[in-house]
Design a protein around this ligand. Structure first.
Ligand code: F6R
Length: 241
């Protein structure tokens, strides 16, 4: 595990975007595993900027997103599909037909989850997975638990996650209570993992992720077992280390 110290959010985002750029340049038809939320937003902005300057070409890239709120349609402004279109896909030359986000409206959830696992395999597995870290140590929406969930599944969001994400909704009641998320196996099968972590409210979770015991109580701690992880964190996030 490589820990890379960034001065601030902008520096963190540029460093992460550099690694993703290198991936896209070295393997133009790569599969990117993508995340939503505040952490990767600056990374996407930087990648868009480099694309607009002509330095990057996403035309052969496929992407697969970690998660989606259950019950939100792709048109819902807080859905993760909407987030990805607004903040990344609509500004680069990726083929939208090859961008995959779990279907929050899937009726047969079990079947959908199995199909999502199959899809990840069929497109060749994830070359580079971008992750954020929850305040409670979650990755994707794999919340603290007694077990590591293997594959894509439906999860009840933890109260701390609902609290953290209510900032995007009109009120806490509007935050969906469930989500579909890739499991720990899906994430750990990625060839390379880049984690972006910013802010003091992540400091405890980050310390436990890097130095704590490997436990499903801190899902991010499983990353200690992955052979190619880089954590890019700003000074505030590293303040407890
Ligand atoms: C989002 C995701 C989550 C977030 C995490 C941090 O797709 O999978 O694990 O990465 O909740 O969220 P932010 O970046 O908003 O602090």
């Amino acid at each position: 595990m490589i820990i890379c110290k960034a001065q601030n959010y902008t520096d963190m985002s540029r460093k992460a975007a550099n690694i993703i750029s290198a991936q896209v340049i070295m393997k133009p038809d790569c599969v990117l595993g993508l995340a939503t939320g505040s952490s990767p937003l600056g990374t996407y902005k930087q990648l868009i900027d480099w694309y607009q300057k002509g330095d990057l070409n996403f035309s052969k890239v496929s992407s697969v997103n970690l998660d989606e709120y259950r019950g939100l349609s792709p048109e819902h402004e807080q859905s993760y599909r909407y987030f990805m279109n607004e903040n990344f896909f609509d500004h680069i030359n990726i083929d939208k037909a090859r961008t995959f986000v779990p279907d929050g409206l899937a009726l047969d959830v079990d079947k959908f989850c199995k199909d999502y696992d199959k899809l990840i395999e069929e497109i060749g597995g994830i070359d580079l997975q971008l992750l954020g870290l929850g305040r409670n140590g979650h990755i994707g929406f794999n919340e603290p638990s007694d077990i590591f969930a293997r594959d894509t599944h439906c999860v009840d969001l933890a109260p701390s996650t609902i609290d953290a994400n209510k900032r995007f909704f009109n009120s806490e009641e509007d935050v969906p209570r469930q989500a579909l998320t890739m499991g720990i196996r899906n994430i750990m099968m990625a060839k390379k993992i880049v984690v972006v972590v910013s802010g003091k409210d992540k400091a405890k979770a980050l310390k436990e992720t890097i130095y704590g015991p490997i436990t499903p109580k801190i899902p991010g701690s499983v990353l200690q077992l992955h052979p190619d992880v880089i954590i890019i964190a700003d000074e505030a996030a590293l303040s407890e280390i």
